[in-house]
Design a protein around this ligand. Sequence first.
Ligand SMILES: [Zn+2]
Length: 178
Amino acid sequence: MSRPFLVPTGELFRRRGERHRVTLAGPLRGLALSTSRLADGDVVADLVLEAQGDTVTVSGTVAGDWTGECRRCLEPTGGRVVVEVSEVFEPDAVEGETYPLGTDTIDLEPALREALALALPVAPLCDEACAGPDPGAHPVTTAADDEVDDGIGGESNGDGRPAGDPRWGALDALRFDT
Ligand SMILES: [Zn+2]
């Protein structure tokens, strides 16, 4: 399995204090938030790595495409997120503050995943001016109802999302006469 975000650190530590610029690209699978998720294409990380003492600082940007469902019209939508990254990697990482550094490699993937996950839109819009579903084109279907249930099922949202999101409440109130 290729590890596009695994970088050897030998050169970094031989030249402490020197800035090494790298551009890394590869897929990051399984990143999702609410109805949006990272698309299947490559994520591109444009980073500067620098060793100081026995730590490595990493800064730059990571960019990726996302796809999702418009919260008003429920049509597929998407876009690109570009996130700034600034992290410290050290042999004895501090949970929530720094990332672990391997003996002769640095695995940037967890930091990149975290940065992108936080940047995915929680409630995507296809357009700021989206007027919501067109009743003629989109008669009420049970499939749409199922997805609304997903947002308000207090017991079943194991991913920490607050239950009873008021935005879904507004969808609940929508009724279409057919
Ligand atoms: Zn829309």
